[in-house]
Ligand binder design. Structure first.
Ligand SMILES: [Zn+2]
Length: 141
């Protein structure tokens, strides 16, 4: 009697290599104008997005910011409120990425910017960033 279990079975072996994370950078240009602090460019790999950065009052301690994306004409303008909490487990962002993954380029980017001293407050470290080409390159965390 042959056991079904002894039959050779094709086993799918995942051969996908761990993909290198796309490089992420954030660039801040001070451009104070009313509540706006300046321009921020966040790039992930070859994709870059530009935002107006404003500081928001934070009721929870930490630092809060609004990133208003430059949308191509006809597109819905998008803006994301980012809260950098004093306790790094409680950072938040309104974007879909954050809702899904609990972290996103906005939080990581703003955290790196604050930490670099470009913005006045310095919440706890989330990501490491390397000074480069006038911007910050985020070292994947
Ligand atoms: Zn986000």
């Amino acid at each position: 009697m042959t056991s079904l279990l002894s039959q050779p079975r094709s086993v799918k072996v995942s051969k996908s290599k761990p993909r290198p994370k796309p490089e992420r950078r954030i660039l801040f240009q001070s451009f104070p104008n009313g509540p706006r602090l300046g321009l921020v460019r966040i790039s992930v790999g070859t994709e870059a997005a530009d935002y107006w950065l404003s500081r928001l009052p934070s009721d929870f301690g930490g630092a809060a910011f609004r990133l208003e994306k430059f949308a191509p004409e006809g597109d819905e303008p998008a803006s994301y409120d980012v809260l950098l909490a004093d306790d790094q487990g409680h950072h938040s962002c309104e974007c879909k990425g954050f809702l899904r993954w609990g972290r996103c380029k906005h939080v990581d980017g703003m955290s790196a910017l604050c930490l670099s001293g470009r913005l006045s407050s310095a919440p706890p470290r989330v990501v490491d960033a390397v000074e480069e080409d006038g911007g910050l390159r985020l070292v994947a965390g």
